[in-house]
Write a protein that binds this ligand. Structure first.
Ligand code: UDP
Length: 237
């Protein structure tokens, strides 16, 4: 797969549908796939942090989560045509699993959040098999790995925030029999209905960041990564 690279960090240019087709082929070939969300904040951090950079670059799909990467691709005449957000990618994978009969495991978030996310997902996709779940505060990884394997999970979603979830996946993916691994941050909170996403109006205009900033002004510091990143991209032309 041809990837686009921003300051040493690789991003997958594939759309949701292309990733699903690719993942299914990899599952059939018995290959494991990992999905990690990339945004300007992570690119800027990864530039200074080799471990984070390797984590992203060794994943199968570094998805362009966030309008910043999309704009950078436009500035650099790249081929990324739309955002691929972590939460929407997870939703598409759930739909795919429900349709194809693949088994899903949810690991992460607080007990009431993950159990509620499971219930809401089952409501949305009645045929889905969520063969197990565990909250993100169980400390013994062996116990969690056993539980996932006993559930014969094909897809594993890990929601413990970044980079904790990605580090967990990297360390344990070889002993987990699942084929698809995605670190999904606060997505269980979204599925459970605890955190609202921006209305479609903002999302369609690429202004989700603005909506979140209005709701949570303390995000400003994190969000300053976006203009800094774009300036850097422009200067690097
Ligand atoms: N979390 C967890 N275990 C931990 C720390 C965090 O399960 O040890 C969960 C937390 O309950 C929340 C999610 O991880 O559901 C963190 O989401 P956040 O929005 O901070 O992640 P981001 O998307 O910003 O990486």
């Amino acid at each position: 797969m041809q990837k686009e690279t921003y300051f040493g960090v690789d991003v997958s240019p594939l759309s949701y549908d292309e990733i699903l087709v690719d993942i299914e082929q990899r599952m059939q070939a018995d290959q494991k796939s990992t999905i990690i969300a990339v945004n300007p904040e992570k690119v800027m951090a990864a530039e200074q942090n080799e471990q984070l950079r390797e984590l992203i670059n060794n994943s199968t799909y570094g998805i362009p989560d966030g309008v910043g990467i999309l704009l950078a691709s436009k500035l650099k005449k790249g081929t990324i045509t739309s955002r691929v957000t972590g939460v929407d990618m997870m939703d598409r994978l759930l739909e795919f699993a429900a349709k194809k009969g693949y088994r899903v495991f949810l690991y992460g978030a607080k007990e009431e959040v993950v159990s509620q996310a499971k219930a809401k997902i089952e409501e949305k996709y009645p045929e889905i098999i969520i063969s197990g779940y565990e909250n993100g505060y169980v400390q013994d990884p062996k116990q969690v790995v056993n539980k996932i394997n006993e559930a014969k999970a094909d897809l594993l979603f890990v929601a413990m925030g970044s980079p904790k979830q990605e580090l967990w996946i990297r360390e344990h993916m070889d002993s987990v029999s699942a084929k698809v691994f995605q670190g999904v941050g606060g997505s269980f909170d979204v599925f459970a209905g605890h955190v609202k996403r921006a209305p479609a109006f903002y999302r369609n205009l690429g202004l989700e960041w603005f909506y979140r900033l209005m709701k949570e002004p303390k995000r400003l510091k994190r969000q300053l990564a976006l203009p800094k990143f774009l300036l850097k991209v422009m200067r690097s032309k």
